[in-house]
Design a protein around this ligand. Structure first.
Ligand code: 173
Length: 318
């Protein structure tokens, strides 16, 4: 049997061309090209194209102008896009427990070491038909930005732009919510359709929102997850050498997540320079702000699937 199998393999190898065909993957980002949450992916693409010469290349097709952010999950799931840079909040239609990812208090490296990344990958494979390749955004918290001041965590009477990241928390604090893609935030602010928006500490100036923003509420909460996802059929069809290049590049880009600590400090300074004032609360109100974030966040995931919520909580917050 064994001899037969190796004879068959030898025949296949003999028939194969001396140099295996280079594979090209079509890549799309949920965030505009050159902006904060596309930059790690763009570095990842450049790295793959460097170390993967002759094996695998990524053709970076573009950002939200190529595929609308809330459609990108479907596009990579169905194989219209081979590789996507996307945040779980933009594909909750496919992975509704993905909201757990931004509730992480540890790093992508921790999640690889403790098996959490394998669990997250399995959920993505089963529910979305994608390989969960890499996670960026560690160390970057989310904040509430406002056009008018508040003096407590009570958000009643305020209309706030949201995504699934902030929904459970802001709803628990009484806000009226409207979901928009990042590309619609500027116009919504300019028209006065919203009194504020949820967004991470980084990237507020990318699309000029600082012009329309007066306040940032501190402290931040949660942790950004912007993930590299590969269509599963495409992934499984890749030569082993191509998968190895992508996996190496995944850990390479995750190592750069540590840079976010320094970038956070620069961003906070730039926001101050742009006239964005920081709102803080009394110690009791700050505790309420952060406790509501955690409790409402996990309750939201548990309402979707209590088993997955408990399982992921244990490895994302250890
Ligand atoms: O606010 C958002 O659009 C959002 O959910 C998000 C998630 C990760 C990075 C940046 C924004």
């Amino acid at each position: 049997m064994k001899r037969l199998a190796s004879a068959a393999l030898a025949a296949v190898l003999a028939a194969a061309p001396a140099v295996a065909q280079e594979v090209t993957l079509r890549g799309v980002s949920a965030f505009a090209g050159g902006t904060t949450f596309s930059r790690p992916f763009e570095a990842f693409v450049a790295h793959v194209n460097e170390i993967g010469k002759g094996v695998v290349q990524i053709d970076y097709v573009g950002g939200p102008e190529a595929v609308p952010p809330f459609e990108l999950g479907n596009a990579v799931s169905g194989g219209v896009v081979d590789i996507a840079n996307n945040t779980s909040a933009f594909y909750t239609n496919l992975v509704p427990t993905g909201d757990a990812l931004h509730l992480a208090t540890n790093t992508a490296q921790d999640q690889r070491a403790n098996g959490c990344m394998d669990k997250i990958d399995a959920i993505h494979q089963q529910q979305m038909n994608v390989k969960f390749l890499a996670r960026t955004g560690d160390n970057v918290a989310f904040h509430l930005y406002l056009t008018k001041p508040i003096d407590s965590p009570d958000l009643s009477g305020l209309t706030i732009r949201t995504t699934p990241v902030y929904r459970a928390m802001f709803e628990a604090l009484g806000a009226t919510l409207v979901r928009t893609a990042p590309g619609e935030v500027y116009t919504a602010l300019e028209r006065g359709a919203i009194d504020g928006y949820g967004w991470p500490l980084q990237g507020v100036m990318d699309l000029g929102w600082d012009e329309q923003t007066k306040y940032r509420v501190d402290p931040g909460f949660y942790q950004v997850d912007v993930n590299v996802l590969v269509n599963l059929d495409r992934w499984e069809g890749l030569p082993e050498a191509a998968r190895a290049v992508l996996q190496e590049a995944a850990e390479w880009i995750e190592a750069r997540n540590a840079d976010n600590i320094a970038i956070n400090a620069e961003e906070a300074e730039k926001q101050a320079g742009a006239g964005i004032e920081v709102i803080t609360f009394s110690p009791e109100d700050e505790a309420r702000w952060l406790t509501t974030a955690q409790e409402a966040g996990w309750a939201g995931v548990a309402a979707v699937d209590a088993g997955i919520a408990a399982d992921l909580k244990s490895c994302l917050t250890e």
